[in-house]
Ligand binder design. Sequence first.
Ligand code: ZN
Length: 768
Amino acid sequence: MKRRLPKPKIPGSADRTVLKRTVILMMLLGVLVFIPLVGKLCYLQIFQFDELSRMAMDNQTRTSNITPSRGTIYDRNMNVLAVSADVENVCIDPNELSLSGQDLPMIAENLASLLDVSEDRILKLMEDTSYRYQIIKRKVEAEEALAVREFLSDNGISGVYLEPDTKRYYPGGTLAAQVLGFVGSDNVGLDGIEAALDTVLTGQAGSVETAKGNYGAEMEFHYEEISDADRGSDVVLTIDAQAQEILEKHMTEAVKQYDVQNGAFGVIMDVNTGEILAMATLGSYDPNRYSDILDLDTAKALEQQYREAMEAEGELRQQLLSAYNTAVANARLEQWRNRVISDGYEPGSTFKTITLAAALETGAVSLNNHYFCGGTTTVKGRTRALRCWKTAGHGSQDTAQALQNSCNVAFAQIGIALGGEQLYDYVKAFGLMEKTGIELYGEASGIFFDEATLTNPDSYASLSSAAFGQTFKITPLQLVRAISAVVNGGYLLEPHVVKETLDSEGNIIRSTQRTVLRQVISEETSKTMCSLLESVVSVGTAKNAQIAGYSIGGKTGTSEKIDVRDENGNQVDDKIVSFVGIAPMEDPQVVCLVALDTPSKFTGYYISGGQMGAPTVRDVLAELLPYLGMEPAREAVLDTTVPNVVGLTAAEAGTALTEASLTYRRVGEGETVTDQVPLEQAVIPSGSEIILYFGEEYDNLEVTVPNVVGRNAEDANLLLSQAGLYMKIIGATGDGTIQAVSQEPAAGSAVEKGAVIAVEFSDLSAKD
Ligand SMILES: [Zn+2]
């Protein structure tokens, strides 16, 4: 709530000149109907000027706005993401204070300590008695407000007021920060949904107009006119807070694990409705305190910059301070940025999905085509040889293998077979040259080749690069929407982040409908693409996206940051690695894209979408799919809970363990089981072997976890079982290039015999 003291309007000569011009203009235009009104204005403003301005100085009306309660933002399951609560502003009337004869330094000192604000600042505000209204502190919560009230009444102080206001709270902190945005101190939405739907959320301000004499004296007549505020509408997003949390959690882990230098972005979309379930950009910020720089390194660097400025003197200090302020402003813009919609990036090999869908749809290639990759090839119009990511080459491949291998040489051939005109048409049809129209500000539209370049009959240079996703940019949202169309039967959808708006009684005012813009490929081509994308995960470069019990499809991508240059103008070897995953492939429901911007070269991991993006999306989907009610297939390797068999005979114990999908080994010669490892309630992989003791007591022996990193699954399992431990496999299964890349607990840890060691396996050949 704001209380403004209107400045007396003193019509000056400029106003009168304008008025005269207006009168002349109106007469010329023949707007005779305005003449009586203009006449009255002339009379008031010109002839009665002195009289009226004297009266205005004497009498003033004070208008207080009643801030309407801002609507609540919910996730799709009505979890609160943003809500307004009543708070108060502490204000003073310097004019009144100055005339009251009170002990102003005492008041300032107490207010400063109660409100934790600068005493000097309060005194300064008190000094300028031409003001009738100054805010000492905004958005004070109940406890602080009560303390101020008590201080005021205990000391009989006048000229200090509390006025109602509202404050925006984001209970999830950083959760979905860039989607939600934030509101400024004046309750206006400044970013995200708060800005895009500001008018919907804001409602209608009310007001209290009070006539008051100067210096707060009561007037002979008194009036107060109140018009009520209308509460803003509530907004229900398509975002699922749980899905958002899962996405952000695994992105954060990936940033840590691969020491990612420039943040990450990710999005989860319902492929059949276009609804966004989660949308995240890291590093993020907390909308509750949106000005604070949350990235620790950035905050530290800024602090250092500020210290250096303060140590300098005179002109230099001013320069350094100004540079510091610019740096702070940039850091804020950076953390507020929603990269899923605002930043184009080079999609790399994830784009091969689009090229192949178009090539199959038009009949430019079929599944029976063959391509030879010798590691490099020459392309008409290209000065340098085109290289495949696999230097030794992929040899002879059919169409499915070309996608599984993510072979650049094969995709250059597929692109050329498709032709520039058709590739251009399909890129356009898949919505990659237009904004998606999502309900958020700041959406970019991507930068694709112009038609003439792509269709140049004398050079296939651009066409071949475009075919495997290089040297152009699209937004992550454009990509997931296009991929959704590839797997959902061919339908390009309008993406949405807003599901419904509700009135104050909870009635739906507006609800978003599924909107198909066009069918880009046939249902049949879409089915073919689904099985091809599934094979990329089962046998191709994305084995690291495998999840036991689920059919996952997807495509890896590793792309260079084409426009990042070092100080000498040379291209910097920074990479964005990504994976776009789809599940379940028998009836696709969700697509999830995660991209990591510039993983460190020093973590020991090979920098590729297959080795960094795929496992990240795997971890997201492994948690998301059961949450969304998609159960894993029963035949999959699952965990089981160990039953208690102590006291049973060997035969009885055997039956109980078989029922729990476990095997056993006996130790000792007794009649009944006297102890077991692991103990009951332990959760271990199905098919594991339990040790049963007959006649001996087992004394909880501690064992040391062996190192299995670098081993294949068979060797790792052998090492662990020799130590009396169990292995839970995470990630890729199969032979050859798959080996353990991490384990938890770490090698050398002391654990109880029978403990389960989680071992992550990775396909190290996944270099795209
Ligand atoms: Zn190749």
